[in-house]
Structures are given as C-alpha cells and as structure tokens.
Design a protein around this ligand. Structure first.
Ligand code: ADP
Length: 281
C-alpha cells in the first residue's frame, strides 16, 4: 500500500457541530516534491561550472600569466561556459515540449533523412572522442538502398531528428573505444516500424532502467559530464517519442550492451511508394 496524504479541514457551524472536509492531496504533494527536486538539480548543475568559471576569472585578474597559460585557462573557461549553454538549451527544449500540444500528423518525414542525420552526427562524435583512429567505433547503418526503402514517418522533422540522433550519440558516448554500434529500421508485422540502436557499451543494471529517462538521472556521472551530457537527453527523447504516439523501448544487459528502440504505430508509418514490402525486408 502506498502512503496517502490527506488534507483535512474542519468548518465549525454556529451550533457547535463541525463539518470535516478531507481531500487526497498525494498527487499534488508528489508534484511539488518533483518540482523542488528539479529546481535543486538545475541550481546544482549551474553552480558547478559557474564556480569553476568565477575561479578562473579571478586567477586571470590577479596572476601575471604566460601567454600559453592564459590560453589554457581561457580554453577551460570556454568549456564551462559551453556546458552551461547546453544545459540552458536542453531546459528550454524540455519546457517547450511540455508546453506545446502533440504535433498530430504534422508532415511526412523521409526515414532516410533521419538515418543520414544520425549517421553524420555519430561518426563526427566518435571521431571527436577518439584519440586515435583505431579508437573510433565500428558502425553498422542501413545501406542507402535500405534507408530509401524505409519510407516515411509522420511528425515534426526537427524533433524526430534530434531524438533519434540523441539515442545514437548516447551509444557513442557510453560505448568504450573500438566498440560497435548498430542502427536499424525494421518494419513490424502490425504495419508500424521500429528504430533501434544496439551498442556494446557497459549496459545498465535492471534497477536503473525504470529511472533512466528521469531528468538528471545518471548512472555514470563522470562519463556523462566528460562527454558533454546534461542529464536531460533521455527525458527529452521520451517526451518527443510520446508526443509522436510512439514508445521508447530499452533493454540492456549489464556488461554487454544496450538496445534503445523507438516503436512507431502503423498510423505514423508510410512505406515508400513503388517499393513492395518484399523489397523492404
Ligand atoms: P546524459 O547527458 O547524462 O547522457 P541522458 O538522459 O542522455 O543524460 O542519459 C541518462 C543516463 O543514462 C546517462 O547518464 C547514462 O548513465 C545512461 N545511458 C544513456 N545511454 C546509455 C547507453 N547507451 N549505455 C549505457 N548507459 C547509458
């Protein structure tokens, strides 16, 4: 049984009798606790880079520094500023998503464009994170022909693009050097389709899975920060996916890797005209 919070009010009548009103405010109280947590988290996430930034400014103001040292400090300051910028961008994205109505059938977005965007971003990110070419990830993406045959999905292109790319980027960020990442788009028997990203990263323990899409929930704090994470990525993905009537599916085996999938319902998927279902498989 879950604890329940009741708000009880006693209204006296003039004749000594009282009317007792009780209201279940459990949901209200939970919402308020979540709001408090969120504000505390945001403040903490901003305070850390800000403290570093203020420290560097003071150093630059007070210490006579060599040119190369100055340049190094400025570089570190730029990193902290970028971190805050990403956080603010993600916060604005979240609040915009929370405040706007679902996109309906908006437009038909070619799946091949979504896949190409994911591939470009993931390869660039892998190249940035790897210190040597040998450390880059091995990628398997649908071939151009397969991507073309995948057809179209209904929704807001920019939202779908950033959500799917976010899942692929996470696979890159959490999978150690040299690991492999496989991206697929498969038609489903019910007429829908599923986008999947499979990685050979650290995987997630079962107890983390239900919480992984909560804002600021992180399993590996330092890996998240080192690779530019804000802790809001999956919360944004989940919003976009739900707004599009799709479902986010996560399965993972600790020590072996994870699979992040987005399942689109039949109503949102349109096969490529002129491509027979047989050619699509
Ligand atoms: P972050 O900015 O921290 O990456 P996300 O919301 O994108 O925030 O992800 C939340 C947490 O989920 C991450 O901090 C990480 O611990 C975990 N995570 C996400 N994707 C993966 C993955 N592919 N493999 C392992 N852990 C992951």
């Amino acid at each position: 049984a879950h604890p329940v919070t009741l708000s009880v009010q006693l209204h006296p009548y003039g004749d000594g009798r009282r009317l007792m009103l009780s209201r279940d405010v459990t949901a209200l109280e939970q919402a308020e606790a979540m709001r408090r947590d969120f504000v505390a988290n945001v403040s903490h996430e901003i305070r850390t880079p800000l403290t570093v930034l203020v420290g560097f400014v003071e150093t630059l103001q007070t210490l006579p520094l060599q040119e190369d040292e100055r340049a190094r400090y400025l570089g570190l300051m730029a990193q902290q500023a970028a971190r805050m910028q990403h956080l603010v961008q993600d916060l604005l994205t979240l609040s915009r998503l929370e405040g706007s109505p679902p996109p309906g059938m908006a437009e038909w977005v070619p799946v091949c464009a979504l896949l190409r965007h994911c591939e470009d971003e993931a390869r660039a990110l892998s190249a940035t994170l790897a210190r040597t070419p040998a450390q880059q990830h091995r990628f398997v993406f649908p071939t151009p022909g397969q991507a073309q045959a995948a057809g179209q999905v209904a929704g807001i292109a920019a939202e779908l693009q950033s959500a799917l790319a976010n899942l692929v980027n996470n696979a890159v960020r959490y999978t150690p050097a040299g690991g492999s990442i496989t991206v697929a788009w498969e038609p489903l028997a019910d007429g829908g389709a599923r986008f999947t990203v499979r990685d050979t990263g650290p995987g997630l323990a079962p107890e983390h899975l239900p919480r992984i899409t909560e804002r600021f929930y992180r399993v590996d704090r330092s890996r998240s920060r080192d690779t530019g994470g804000t802790g809001l990525g999956l919360a944004i993905v989940k919003h976009v996916v739900q707004r599009h009537g799709a479902a986010l599916e996560i399965s993972s085996v600790l020590g072996q890797g994870s699979v992040f999938g987005v399942r689109f319902p039949a109503a949102r998927v349109r096969a490529q005209a002129g491509v027979s279902p047989a050619a699509r498989s």
